[in-house]
Design a protein around this ligand. Sequence first.
Ligand code: ADP
Length: 613
Amino acid sequence: MREFISIHKTGFRLLKKIHHVDSAIIPLHMLEIFLSLAQIYAELFLTAELIDTLLTKNFTLAMKLAAGLLLVNLFFGVAVHLIKRKFHGMKNKLWILFYVWLREKAFSLDYETMEKPEVAEKILFSERTADINGCLGVLLYHYYNILQAILNILLSVSLVVYLCMAKPIAVEGFIGSLALPLPSTLLFTCVLAGIILCSFKVFRYFSQTQKEIFDSHTGVENKLGYFINTVYGNVKAAKMIRLYGMKDMIFENTMINEKQSMAYFEKMCDVGRQEGDANKIVNSFFTIISYLLVALKTVTGAITVGAFTRYAGALNQFGNACFAIISSNGELRKICTYMKEFLAFLDMESLHEKGSIPIEKRDDGEYELAFENVSFHYPGSDKLVLKDVNCKFHTKGKLAVVGKNGAGKTTFIKLLCRLYEPTKGRITLNGIDIRKYDEEEYRRLFGVVFQDFKLFALPVWENITAGFELQEDRIWESLQQADAKELVSGMPNGLETFLYKNLEDGVEISGGEAQKLALARALYKDAPVVILDEPTAALDPKAEAEIYSHFNQMVEGRTSIYISHRMSSCRFCDDIIVFEDGRIVERGSHEELLASGAAYADIWNAQAKYYVC
Ligand code: ADP
C-alpha cells in the first residue's frame, strides 16, 4: 500500500507539472474519456432497443433507431478523432518538455554540483529510461486509461446491478431460481471477482517475468548507445577509425552489444505475446460464463432479447476495464519509479548560494579582486590543486598567469569566475566575499575564453552576441579586434552564416578560426575583465602575432588576465604571476622576474631554446 501511495504521489506531482505547463492537456483527455464512454454506452442502449424493436416488427421505429445509432457513432467518432488529433502534437510537446525540464534544471545548478558524477548519472538515467519506457505522454496515457476504466467499471457495475435485480417472469425449476435477484447477484459477484482476480494474477506473473528480464539487462543499452551515437555518429571518430583501421574492432564491439540487446527485446516481445494470449484465454472464459448468466436472465424472461446485448456488452466492458486498471497501474509503477529519480533531480539544491548583493556599477570600471589564503581541491578528489593562494589585483591592468601545465592556472580562473568555491579561504571583490554578490551580475564582470570554449550550430551573430543585445557595428568591431572580420566577411551569408552542419548547411571552421570567434564573443560582452586562457593555442604563428599586435587595443580600458604556459606570450603584460604546483611562487614584471633568476627565469630559459622570443 505504501508503494502504491508513493507511486501515485509521484504520478500526481507530474500531472500537476504537466497541467501547469499546458492547462488544456488534462481537460481535453477528460473530455475524450467522457465522449468515448458516452459512445460505448449509447451504442449498447440503442442496439438493445433496435433488436427489441425489430423483434416487435415495428420497422419505422427500428429505422429511426438505426439512424440514431449511426448519428451517435458519427458524432462521437468525429469528436474523439478531433481531440485525438490534438493529442499528437501534445505528446510531442510533453516529450520535449521532459528534456527541457532536465536541461533547465541542469543549467540552474551551480557548475560544481553539475560536474558531480552522480548528477550526470541521474540525468543520463532519466533520459535512457524515458527513451526505453516512455515519458510524460505515456504517464498521462496510463492515468487516462485508469480514469476511463474506473468510470467504465462504475457504469458497467450499475448495469449489472440492474440486471441482477430484474425478476424472471416465471420461476420454474433450478434455472428459474438461479435467475432470481439474490442468486443471480451472487453468481455475478463471483464472475466479477473472478475477472479481477485472474486479470491481476496474469498481470503479476508476466510483469514479474518482464522485470527479471529488464534487471538482467543493465548496461547493454548504454554501451550500444555509446557506439551508435558517440562512435559512429562522430566525424572526428570517423577520422581516427580510418587512420588506425579500427573499423572491425568497433564493429565487433557493437555487434556483441547488439546481440545482447536483440536477445533482450526478443525475450520481452515473447513475454508480451504470452501475456496477450493468457489475457485472451481469461477473457474468453469469463465472456462465455457472463453470456451464460445473461442468457439465463433472458430465457427466464427477466430481460428482453435486445437487453441481452446491452448487459453482455457491459460485462465485456467490465472485464476490459479491470485489465486496463491493473496493467496501467503496473506500467505507472515502472514509469514512476524512475520519474521519482527525475523529480529528485528537479528538487536538487545547488551546493552554493547564489548571493544577492548587486555589483556596484562603476563607469571607471575600477574593481579590486583578491584571493585570501585560498586552497582548493576538486569535488571527489583530495588533491589540493590550489594551495594557500594570496594575491590582489586592481582592474585596468594586464595580468599574466603563467606556469607549467597542471600548475593550477585554469583552476585559479574557474574559482575567480565562481564556477567553484574555495575549499578554504575566500575571494573578494572590493573587499566583499564574491559569494555574497548576485551570481549572474558577478559573472557579467568577466568575458572569458577557456581552452575548451564552445561555439554553437547557430548563425555567427548569435554566437557572438550570446544572448546580449544585438548591435551589428559592435559585432564587426569585436570581430576586427579578434582578427576574424575577414573570415566572417568571406562567409556565404556574413553574420547570418550558420556555423557547422548540425542544424543548417553551415560552414565548418578550423580550430584557430573558432578560437578567434570565441575571442570576439568575449570582447562583445564588453565585460570589465577579459580572461584569455591559452587564447592562441590553436592559432598559427602569424595569427598569434596579429592578436598580440593589437592586444593592447583589444583590452583597452579593461582588465585583462592572460593565461599561458608559454612565457614568451606574456611579455607584454605589466604584471606576471607564476604558478607552480598550485602555489604562487613569484610575481613581478617580465624584467624583474628574469632578473630574479628563479622559477620564471628557469622556464623562460628552458623555453627560449624552442621558441623565438
Ligand atoms: P593548468 O591550467 O595550469 O594547466 P589546471 O588548473 O587545469 O592546470 O589543473 C590543475 C590540476 O587540477 C591538474 O592536476 C588537473 O589534473 C586537476 N584538475 C583539473 N580539472 C579537474 C577536475 N574537473 N577534477 C579533478 N581534477 C581536475
